[in-house]
Write a protein that binds this ligand. Structure first.
Ligand SMILES: N[C@@H](CCC(=O)N[C@@H](CS)C(=O)NCC(=O)O)C(=O)O
Length: 285
């Protein structure tokens, strides 16, 4: 356990928790309230160094505890690094979750067009030579779905990745769908159209896209989110390449429930756009 004082706050760091205490006028250091992780992190300025953290008293109760992952960069001077490219939907989904969680991070651009992802330094991070890669100071992880799961599970509150095995299985099913049907469909069509990867058979990609969009349309016809009546990493994993369908020449007009779901994700607090995504979601080829 480590203890820091930074008047008017005291920080106590255990293995996996950061406790924040208001030293207050009575000197009471008993935690009396558990902050909502997301709300607490969003309300703090994202700057390094404990002395720069301030607590708007009308927004967040000063006595709070939050998972250590959210604040490790503030306390220990390292910042999560996300290696990615701005046109990569897989990089974007990780960036989106970090933003929605309010976790500070450093964006490290990997120049895919110049082949930087096949250079020795990058291959040392991910031998697959692909973005995204996440480095949290202790661990280096690759694969967007794996990173989403790691970040959401580290939050520990079950909000973005549930606690129960059945609920977890339901969410993981959509992570697999993102890496399977969505990649083979809209993601591949976009690679063919936008990036000229002609080795990808476009008819097959279009067929696959039609299949998964039909499935999503039916699935979303009586629910707001893919699972659990709330946004989870299932939605974050599937969303980018579905919303980017227009870039692959795939029209989303016949899918009103899918478009409404895209709108709900775009309305989430902390949502950040991706280059081309808004335009692609609107595109009617
Ligand atoms: N399974 C990986 C796939 C990642 C992936 O395909 N990344 C693309 C950019 S979106 C990439 O780096 N492509 C370069 C390459 O494969 O050589 C994930 O889901 O993160």
């Amino acid at each position: 356990m480590r203890r820091f004082h930074d008047d008017p706050l005291t920080y106590i760091v255990t293995d996996d928790r950061l406790y924040l205490f208001d030293n207050g006028e009575h000197g009471n250091t008993t935690p009396q309230w558990q902050a909502d992780d997301q709300r607490a992190s969003r309300s703090r300025p994202m700057r390094a160094g404990p002395s720069e953290i301030s607590f708007p008293s009308d927004d967040v109760h000063p006595q709070a505890f939050c998972t250590l992952s959210t604040f490790s960069s503030l306390l220990f001077g390292f910042m999560i690094k996300l290696y990615g490219h701005e046109l990569s939907g897989n990089s974007y989904k990780v960036r989106l979750l970090l933003e929605l969680l309010g976790v500070p991070y450093e964006w490290v651009r990997v120049d895919l067009m110049q082949g930087e992802h096949k250079s020795s330094p990058f291959l040392a991070l991910n031998p697959f030579g692909q973005v995204p890669v996440l480095d949290d100071g202790d661990n280096t992880l690759s694969d967007a779905q794996a990173i989403l799961l790691y970040l959401a599970a580290r939050q520990g509150d079950g909000q973005w990745f549930p606690i129960g095995p059945l609920e977890q299985a339901r969410v993981v099913r959509w992570l697999s769908t993102a890496a399977g049907e969505v990649r083979q469909g809209p993601e591949s069509a976009r690679l063919h159209h936008l990036f000229g990867v002609k080795a990808i058979p476009i008819e097959r990609a279009q067929e696959k896209a039609a299949f998964i969009l039909d499935q999503l349309e039916r699935h979303l016809s009586d629910r707001d989110w893919l699972e659990l009546d709330r946004p989870t990493i299932a939605d974050i994993a599937v969303f980018p390449y579905v919303a980017l369908s227009g870039g692959g020449g795939i029209d989303l007009a016949p899918y009103p429930y899918v478009r409404a779901w895209i709108g709900r994700i775009q309305a989430l607090p902390g949502y950040v756009p991706m280059t081309g995504l808004e335009a692609a979601a609107e595109t009617q080829p």
